[in-house]
Design a protein around this ligand. Structure first.
Ligand code: CP
Length: 343
C-alpha cells in the first residue's frame, strides 16, 4: 500500500484484494453488538469536505469512530474558506492541531493529489472524491459489493472479479465514480462496458480500459452487474440531451428493462439517486438493487483503508494475522474481541 489513497488507478491487484479482504474482517466486527476496535486509538483524522456529501462523509466518520480515532469534521460552509482562506492554509491550520490523516472531498480535480505531494502537510491523505476525477473508496465499496454478491462472502476471500461483466450507464463525462470503477474493475479482471449518450462520454474515452456502447438493451442481457449513474446537473453548463424523458427512454432503468437482465445480475447505484430519471422507484426498491448494501459496505471499506494506511502491522482484529500477505487466507477468521478491545 502507498502512503496515501488518491486514485483507484494507483492500486495494484494485490492492494485491492487486500483492502477487500480486510473489509470482510471489518464487516464481521460490524455484525457484533459492540462494533468498536481500539486500532486507531490516539490517532486523529480530519474529514475535510469542500463539497456536499451524505454517504461518504458520514461513513468515513462512522469508520473512524469504530476504529477509535479522534475525529474532526470540517465543512467549507461556515468555515474561514468563505473569507478566502486557501486549501494550503486550511490544511496547515488543521495539521497544527495534530492530525494524522486527512480525508478530503473537493470540487477541483487534483486537490487531494496536491495536498499529498506538495509538502504542505505530513498527514496521510485519502481522496473522498475530487471533481470529475476520482472517488477510490466508492470504487472499492462497489467492488466489495460485487464480490460478495457475484462470488460469495466467504468464497470471495483472496479473489478478484475476473471475467465478471459490469455495465456502467449514464453521465460518464461528469462521473468520478465511473472513472474510478473502470480503473479498479480493470485491475480486478472484470470486463467493463460504458453505456452513455455520445455527449456524456469524455474526450479520450478510447484510451480507457473498457468497451463503449450506445445501446443499453443489448448490453443489459450480458451483464452481471449494472451500475446506474446520476445525471450530474450541477456540473452541466450546456444541454447534453434533448429532454429528461428522452434520456430516461434510452438510458434509464425501469422494471421492464431489469427483467431482461440475467437472473443473478444486480443493479447498483452510488447514490444519491434521481428516481424517475436514471432509475425508476420500482427498480430502486427491488431486491436486486444494492444501493443500501453499498452504503453499509462503505463503512467496512473505509475502516479497512484507514487501518491499512494508519494502523501499521498490528492486526486489525486481534487473533487475525497482520495484513502483510497480499492474499490473506480464507482460514483467517473473526474472533471475539477481548475486553480491552471493547472498551
Ligand atoms: N456516493 C457518494 O459519494 O455519495 P455522497 O455524495 O452522498 O457522499
Amino acid at each position: 500500500m502507498q502512503r496515501h489513497l488518491i486514485s483507484a488507478a494507483d492500486l495494484t491487484r494485490d492492494d485491492a484484494v487486500l483492502i477487500l479482504d480486510t473489509a470482510e474482517e471489518m464487516a464481521r466486527v460490524a455484525d457484533r453488538p459492540i462494533k468498536k476496535l481500539p486500532t486507531l486509538r490516539g490517532r486523529t483524522v480530519v474529514n475535510l469536505f469542500f463539497e456536499d456529501s451524505t454517504r461518504t462523509r458520514i461513513s468515513f466518520e462512522a469508520a473512524e469512530k469504530r476504529l477509535s480515532a479522534d475525529v474532526i469534521n470540517f465543512t467549507a460552509k461556515g468555515s474561514s474558506v468563505s473569507k478566502g482562506e486557501s486549501l494550503k492554509d486550511t490544511a496547515q491550520t488543521l495539521e497544527a492541531m495534530g492530525v494524522d490523516a486527512v480525508v478530503i472531498r473537493h470540487g477541483a480535480s487534483g486537490a487531494p493529489y496536491r495536498l499529498a505531494t506538495s509538502g504542505w502537510i505530513d498527514a496521510h491523505v485519502i481522496n473522498a472524491g475530487d471533481g470529475t476525477h476520482q472517488h477510490p473508496t466508492q470504487a472499492l465499496l462497489d467492488a466489495f459489493t460485487m464480490r460478495r454478491r457475484l462470488v460469495g462472502r466467504d468464497a470471495g476471500i483472496g479473489q478478484d472479479l475476473s471475467g465478471r461483466r459490469i455495465t456502467i450507464v449514464g453521465d460518464v463525462l461528469h462521473s468520478r465514480v465511473a472513472r474510478s470503477n473502470v480503473d479498479l474493475l480493470h485491475t480486478l479482471g472484470a470486463e467493463v462496458t460504458l453505456v452513455a449518450p455520445p455527449t456524456l462520454l469524455p474526450v479520450g474515452i478510447g484510451t480507457w480500459p473498457c468497451e463503449v456502447s450506445y445501446d443499453l438493451d443489448s448490453t443489459l442481457t450480458k451483464s452481471d452487474a449494472v451500475m446506474m449513474l446520476r445525471v450530474q446537473r450541477e456540473r452541466m453548463n450546456a444541454a447534453f440531451f434533448p429532454t429528461e424523458r428522452e434520456y430516461s427512454r434510452r438510458y434509464g432503468l425501469d422494471g421492464e428493462r431489469m427483467a431482461r437482465m440475467p437472473e443473478h445480475a444486480i443493479v447498483m447505484h452510488p447514490g444519491p439517486m434521481v428516481r424517475g430519471m436514471e432509475i425508476t422507484a420500482e427498480v430502486a426498491d427491488s431486491d436486486r438493487c444494492t444501493v443500501i448494501e453499498q452504503v453499509t459496505n462503505g463503512v467496512s471499506i473505509r475502516m479497512a483503508v484507514l487501518y491499512l494506511l494508519l494502523g501499521g502491522n498490528e492486526p486489525a482484529v486481534s487473533g487475525a494475522r497482520p495484513p502483510v500477505s497480499p492474499h490473506p487466507s480464507s482460514e483467517r477468521s473473526a474472533h471475539t474481541p477481548s475486553a480491552a478491545e471493547e472498551k
